[in-house]
Design a protein around this ligand. Structure first.
Ligand code: DGT
Ligand code: CA
Ligand code: ZN
Length: 582
């Protein structure tokens, strides 16, 4: 049984409990366990067979027993019992946006709604408005939602890059370790560091395709192996991701890698250009159209060279002008991760982080940074994670103390990620903000205001004398939450004019600014900052995603402020410029 199926069964059981009126902690426990299982890179069925389920986070003994029953018998007794009372189709009703289990239960009890069909009828007959606490508005929303409801909310076919990258690298390492293997490269959207990926593409040279396929089929990350041949093999991981392994002779490795790195749009443009020069490009080589000669390349750069182009980095291969730039020698010298000298957005246990100031600072120093800002959430943050003015003042002192014994060449910055209120106001007094080394300002509440109001709100913060940088500008969560309406062009113009920087947030769920906005902002003259927004030492490595987005935005080290040494970075902060004017 696939991990995704087990997760779906647990999610269903959680909702059945909720319909039954169970307390919210129990319901939440099932949701969290379902998520853990959905994301598990190894087979849950295997873990169940070896009695090892409780090693997983969020999976306790009771829950483990239910999974074992599911794997062994195909059903969970507790779920069967509940399904005898509530039709399974009622679970679909709970998933309609704006309804939830409590309302679904009332619709079932009071109107006899069993399924989506029944829900639609009840809404059309205007019966829902008669239920206490519900009104015509709910009916309207239900009808709109039913029009737009996706077939299944569970398995979207695209995944976050971060979710597939670890698996892809592990499989590639396994292939690399085989003595019959020559070269191995990840290709496709992974190699281009796209935000999301449909599948994993791997390009390999191998003297033993059958052995390679057999090894991968046995790998613990692999749920299912498809047909294998000399040209490659395809697999399905336990997380439900398809893996395409393509095998090629050494002499055409460059051709195949170039082809499967894509993007499709880049390849179309490249091929068109080649045809204009009488050459036909494919994964098998570059053929002279009127003749017999086929040029093959063991190295990708050869393909570009033959076409009269500079080598194009994979992150640029999206058909956004890179071929023209490669032709005229105008490709940018892209930012590299080694260029980054500091990280300027991080959280500690003072707000919602998992590690202490000392742990975060030490980990940052170990990464080789020259400076690092602690920017916990601010006074109005809520969720019990806020930092009031007094606590922030204490934190400023702690940072100063820590710096007393800091290693040479490393500086900890006292900062804050300050909430931007609905009118652009901040939630600390200016005198306190003035004492900080660095301030990131972000929107965390009231997303649903008009585009115009949101733009003004952010621009107001940009004008603030102690706001150095804007955090995750559009608030999007990839595959989960749309960006809120904000005029990025207008914001960029204001930021450039005020000397306020804008970050590329490297949390792989965010990547915000996105590559289009980052390119636009940098061209408008905004200083970009690559940040992680790390909530623990383990996510400091999310810098790789921030840099990836910067590279996809064509950014050079000069356009990214935190590539500079402290002595040239420090004066770029608005607060430093203001001090210099005084
Ligand atoms: P994905 O998988 O949707 O995240 O994005 P890609 O770019 O990895 O797409 P994929 O896996 O379908 O194919 C890998 C590369 O192979 C793609 O970037 C370009 C090349 N390719 C695939 N199909 C075609 C095609 O029909 N025409 C051209 N020109 N190239 C293709
Ligand atoms: Ca792909
Ligand atoms: Zn934030």
């Amino acid at each position: 049984m696939r991990n995704a199926e087990i997760a779906a069964a647990l999610r269903e059981l959680g909702i059945l409990y909720e319909l039954d009126g169970a307390d919210r902690f129990r319901v939440l426990a099932y949701k969290e366990a379902a998520r853990t299982i959905q994301d598990s890179p190894v087979s849950i069925e295997e873990l169940a067979k070896h009695d090892r389920l409780t090693e997983l986070p969020n999976v306790g003994k009771t829950l483990a027993e239910k999974v074992v029953a599911l794997v062994e018998t195909g059903t969970i007794p507790a779920a069967d019992k509940l399904k005898a009372r509530f039709p399974p189709s009622l679970v679909d009703v709970t998933r309609v946006p704006g309804l939830g289990a409590k309302t679904a239960r009332r619709l079932f009890d009071e109107l006899g709604v069993h399924d989506l069909e029944g829900l639609k009828e009840a809404a059309e007959r205007e019966q829902i408005r008669d239920l206490k606490g519900l009104g015509p508005r709910v009916e309207e929303n239900v009808l709109v939602a039913l029009e737009t409801l996706p077939d299944s909310g569970d398995e979207s076919d695209r995944r976050l890059l971060s979710k597939v990258l670890a698996i892809a690298r592990e499989l590639a390492a396994e292939v690399t370790a085989l003595p019959s293997t020559g070269q191995v490269e990840l290709a496709g959207s992974l190699r281009r560091w796209a935000e999301t990926c449909k599948d994993i593409d791997i390009v390999v040279t191998s003297e033993d395709p059958a052995g390679l396929a057999a090894t991968l089929a046995e790998h613990e990350l692999v749920a299912q192996a498809g047909s294998a041949g000399d040209a490659g093999t395809s697999l399905l991981t336990h997380t439900g991701v398809k893996v395409d392994v393509r095998i090629t002779p050494q002499k055409t490795f460059g051709d195949l890698l170039q082809h499967f790195t894509g993007s499709a749009e880049h390849n179309v443009q490249l091929r068109e250009r080649a045809l204009g020069r009488g050459l036909s490009v494919s994964e098998h080589g570059v053929a002279v159209v009127e003749g017999k000669k086929v040029h093959t390349f063991s190295d990708e750069a050869g393909v570009y060279e033959l076409l009269g182009l500079d080598y194009i980095e994979p992150e640029l291969r999206e058909g956004r002008g890179e071929i023209e730039a490669a032709e005229t020698g105008e490709l940018p010298e892209l930012l590299r991760i080694e260029d980054i000298r500091g990280d300027l957005h991080s959280h500690t246990t003072l707000s919602d982080g998992r590690n202490t100031l000392n742990q975060m600072a030490t980990a940052a120093r170990r990464r080789g940074y020259a400076y690092f800002a602690i920017t916990d959430h601010s006074a109005s943050h809520g969720f019990g994670d806020h930092v009031d003015a007094k606590a922030l003042a204490k934190r400023i002192k702690e940072v100063a103390d820590w710096n007393q014994s800091a290693p040479r060449g490393f500086r900890l910055l006292a900062g804050s990620e300050v909430n931007i209120g609905t009118k652009g106001e901040l939630d600390y007094p200016d005198e306190l903000l003035a004492q900080l080394d660095w301030v990131v300002a972000s929107v965390h509440t009231s997303f649903n205001i008009s585009r115009k109001d949101m733009t003004e709100r952010v621009v107001e913060a940009i004008r603030h004398p102690y706001v150095d940088c804007i955090g995750h500008l559009t608030g999007r969560l990839l595959l989960r939450r749309e960006p809120y309406g904000v005029d990025v062009e207008r914001v960029a113009e204001a930021a450039a004019g005020n000397g306020t920087m804008i970050e590329i947030n490297g949390n792989p769920n965010r990547r915000d600014l996105n590559e289009h906005h980052a390119r636009l902002a940098a061209e408008a003259g905004v200083m970009i900052v690559c940040n992680t927004d790390a909530h623990g030492t383990d996510t400091l490595e999310n810098m790789q995603y921030s840099v990836a987005t910067a590279r996809r935005a064509w950014l050079t080290p000069e356009q990214v402020a935190n590539t500079r040494a402290w002595r040239s970075f420090a004066p770029l902060r608005k607060r430093a410029k203001a001090a210099a004017r005084r």
